[in-house]
Design a binder for this molecule. Structure first.
Ligand SMILES: *Cc1c(COP(=O)(O)O)cnc(C)c1O
Length: 376
């Protein structure tokens, strides 16, 4: 069967990215963030491959539904799974699910913490706390750490299993951005305070991709990479030069050409009859917003057989028009495979920069119509 468009995921490249990351952080364990279907790359084959071949033992989801799906579909594998944001710990059904399926909720507020500590069934469950050190989204208030310590002691707990915080601005400089400096200092102070109160901390983590790329997080036991293991740097463009990350994009987004024809300057094309700016060749590519190739990609540069083309006119649900210069006419052929991004970081970063779309979103917006094909 021939697919209109497909995302080919090369698991060997993922393995290389993991090795590269381990060279950069030899003493840290990887808690691999696989929320949102592994950033659009197909979570089940990715986690299976990572557990079976790469010895990654810990995974991060956003919702309890995602975690349940991992447990149900990968029940033959040994791994730990955390739920970061949509925790719903207080719901009776969920409490049982956490217990029975060994899913670790990341606690981000006082009432969830108190519920967990006071609930007799949950008493021996690992205590995983995320503090807000300046992100101001979720998290226990770092200024109220004394109250947290008091509560933990009140229920006779002596140990925090995993203490975390999350950066608001890790795509910016870790050494000069004020927020980053502040969050790093606050997290260090938090650890000291908790330890000084006689509470043991087994694991700690604060770095996501942007921080990892800048070598930050080596005092902690864990790192929490998402985006960079899928390939791209997540630093803002002016900082990419200082990134230590040399990974490759694990996916290639492919479609194919279903029509080719020459156009004259001003000729109207497709829906909305947008006139082309210059004479050339139009390739109709079998990908559109129904696949996760949105209308805002109009104007983006794409390449084919060494020619540089531009998405012109309005992107349709099922197709897009790509303009090429006239000399490409004989080389652009109906049935050609057409690559939107390949394994080089620059192909994804350029598309992201040109279309003002986060790399995260480029991946996540791909729809179920695009099959994810995993190759080793
Ligand atoms: C998503 C997420 C990460 C990973 O972020 P990246 O920028 O993709 O590396 C790490 N920690 C938490 C708490 C997250 O929600």
């Amino acid at each position: 069967m021939r697919f209109r468009s497909r995302l080919v995921v090369d698991l060997n490249i993922l393995a290389q990215n993991v090795s590269h990351l381990r060279e950069l952080f030899p003493s840290q364990e990887i808690l691999f963030m696989v929320k949102a279907d592994a950033y659009g790359h197909g979570v089940l084959p990715i986690v299976r491959y990572c557990v079976e071949n790469l010895n990654i033992r810990e995974y991060g989801c956003a919702t309890i539904g995602e975690a349940i799906s991992l447990r149900e579909n990968l029940s033959d594998l040994e791994f730990e799974v955390y739920v970061f944001s949509d925790v719903q710990i207080e719901l009776k059904d969920c409490t049982e699910i956490y217990l029975q399926r060994r899913i670790i909720p990341v606690l981000s507020n006082f009432s969830d913490l108190e519920y967990m500590l006071s609930h007799s069934d949950l008493k021996n469950f690992p205590l995983c706390l995320k503090f807000n050190t300046g992100m101001n989204r979720l998290g226990l208030d770092y200024e109220k750490v004394d109250e947290v310590i008091e509560l933990i002691k009140k229920y006779q707990h002596r140990k925090i299993f995993h203490l975390m915080t999350h950066f608001s601005s890790s795509s910016h400089s870790m050494n000069s951005n004020k927020r980053n400096i502040e969050q790093r200092e606050r997290f260090a102070a938090l650890k000291e305070k908790i330890k000084a109160a006689g509470i043991e901390i087994e694991r700690t983590s604060l770095s996501n991709s942007g921080a990892i790329e800048q070598g930050v997080g080596k005092e902690e036991t864990h790192i929490r990479p998402g985006l960079l293991l899928y390939g791209p740097s997540c630093l803002v463009a002016p900082l990419r030069g200082i990134s230590q990350w040399k990974g490759r994009v694990i996916s290639q987004l492919e479609s194919y050409i279903i029509n080719v024809f020459p156009v004259t300057k001003g000729q109207p094309i497709g829906y909305g009859a947008s006139p082309v700016a210059e004479a050339g060749v139009i390739a109709i590519v079998a990908i559109g917003y129904g696949d996760g190739f949105p209308t805002r990609f109009a104007g983006a540069t794409l390449h084919h057989k060494g020619y540089s083309g531009k998405v012109v006119g309005r992107v349709n649900m099922d197709m897009a028009q790509v303009w090429f210069p006239t000399e490409a006419l004989d080389d652009i052929v109906v049935g050609d495979k057409f690559i939107i991004w390949n394994h080089s970081q620059s192909s994804v970063l350029n598309l992201s920069d040109e279309t003002q779309t986060l790399t995260y979103e480029l991946f996540c917006q791909l729809t179920p119509r695009v099959p994810r094909i995993h190759q080793v």
